[in-house]
Design a protein around this ligand. Structure first.
Ligand SMILES: COc1cc(C[n+]2ccc3cc(OS(N)(=O)=O)ccc3c2)cc(OC)c1OC
Ligand SMILES: [Zn+2]
Length: 258
């Protein structure tokens, strides 16, 4: 199976997932000066108010908050998107103590962590899996986390992490509205890419916010109490550095909202 270690990490994923060497892989290094400003790019609109989070779990790669995506209560639309895309889950990628762990980088600089809100095109496709295999199936909103002061609302998530320490653990996590994790500006970069973990499907319209949110070292430290390993495994492997490094741009254009 795949992971983030020396033997099973991003450098060998192509053995089982050849698309890893495809021409629209993610993440990428975003170079702001090379992004083309596109006045036709409208603002992104997030309707998360009826948000319907269901549970929080440790899938052995990250911590994931799932949503009930049986209707259009939580959607993202506008910007580069032709349809509303339905929120399915969000999860994080982070580094080791004091190291950086974001997936996208900005002019070669990485942030402490990166939050991904994963949405699927329920107008054109019947299921997430079907959408995940289609070039316009998914839209992932990426938000950088930078260390500084405590984040007022991230506690709701970090306080629940002890309940999902081991791979395969899941617990109820209701009525969490991810709107509280957004920065003040929704200015973004957008480009066509892929899932950043296997199966690495090239089905993602990426929308990466320019403004990071600020979280404390202490809050980031709680993510590192999670384990890649299951309760029954004898070696405990701390969950950290669960990020894929930037991939070749392959001639793609990154567009910038104004
Ligand atoms: C619910 O069904 C699926 C769940 C998943 C779980 N999954 C796996 C990998 C993912 C990688 C992701 O990559 S990221 N880091 O770019 O956001 C996002 C969501 C993911 C969700 C994958 C599927 O097919 C690809 C599914 O359809 C069969
Ligand atoms: Zn991700």
């Amino acid at each position: 199976h795949w992971g983030y270690g020396k033997e099973d990490g991003p450098s060998v994923w192509h053995n089982n997932y050849p698309v890893a060497q495809g021409n629209r892989q993610s993440p990428i290094d975003i170079i702001p000066q090379q992004a083309s400003h596109d006045p036709s790019l409208g603002p992104i609109v997030l309707n998360y108010d009826q948000c319907t989070s269901t549970n929080i779990s440790n899938n052995g790669h990250s911590v994931v908050v799932e949503f009930d995506d049986s209707d259009d209560r939580s959607v993202i639309q506008g910007g580069p998107l032709d349809n509303p895309y339905r929120l399915k889950q969000f999860h994080f990628h982070w580094g080791g103590k004091g190291c950086h762990g974001s997936e996208h980088t900005v002019a070669g600089n990485s942030y402490a962590s990166e939050l991904h809100l994963v949405h699927w095109n329920a107008v054109k496709y019947r299921t997430f899996g079907e959408a995940a295999a289609a070039p316009d199936g998914l839209a992932v909103l990426g938000i950088f986390l930078e260390t500084g002061d405590d984040h007022r609302w991230l506690h709701t998530i970090t306080d629940a992490l002890y309940m999902v320490k081991f791979k395969g653990s899941v617990t109820d996590f209701k009525r969490f509205n991810p709107k509280c994790l957004l920065p003040s500006s929704l200015q973004y970069w957008t480009y066509l890419g892929s899932l950043t973990t296997p199966p690495l499907h090239e089905s993602v319209t990426w929308i990466v916010l320019k403004e990071p949110i600020i979280v404390s070292d202490k809050q980031m430290g709680k993510f590192r109490l999670l384990l890649f390993s299951g309760e029954e495994e004898d070696q405990r492997k701390r969950m950290e550095n669960n990020f894929r490094p930037p991939q070749p741009l392959q001639g793609r254009k990154v567009r910038s909202s104004n």
